[in-house]
Design a protein around this ligand. Sequence first.
Ligand code: MN
Length: 237
Amino acid sequence: MHKYNRRLFLKNSSKATLAAGIGMSILPKLASAANNNPYQQQPLPYAYNALEPFIDAITMEIHYSKHAASYAKNLADACLAEKVNTAEISLETLMQNISNYSVKMRNNGGGHYNHEFFWKCMKPGTSSMPSGKILSLINQSFGSFEAFKTQFSDAAKNRFGSGWAWLIQSSDGILKCGSTANQDNPLMDISTLKGKPLLALDVWEHAYYLKYQNKRPDYINNWFNLVDWNFVATQLQ
Ligand code: MN
């Protein structure tokens, strides 16, 4: 078997075992998503239960296969209706010009971009600490890693209603924490928080309610155990 096919086969087999365990099949989605089209939902880079105990498997399953999948589907519909040539215009460029499009494009384009980014910000197992360039930028921008964590957590706690907390790099190279409402993000021309996303946290209730109910601060605090600092470092300008 070709190396890539074998890898896909093994990946699908383990997903299938998991999917069978929860009474559903996700194989068709994986097959269609294996095309690297950034406008389509890509395979989740780990199993639904891989982020336990901090994020439970059922939350991950519903979040990925229902919520995030609908944003991707509705984005595709909006792109057809508004004649966006997805082979020509990158998702980032679409975000940067989002004020030229409908509310449906803004909500679902943002929803799709944010979730694809969010999955990659996390990894199974215990989080590493940032090191190298990302750590020195954090120290330079916030004073210390602990001070960054406090600012990021406050942004996540204080976002009223649904939205996202972000660590971004602004055009002057400095890192900042902030939040956006609904499915907006710091790439969007309509956003007051602007910069290159480095790290994102989904604070919609659908991201945590089954396990944490009203305790958003506990979700935020536990989520830091999952951050993939190597991914964050690759997002620096
Ligand atoms: Mn979400």
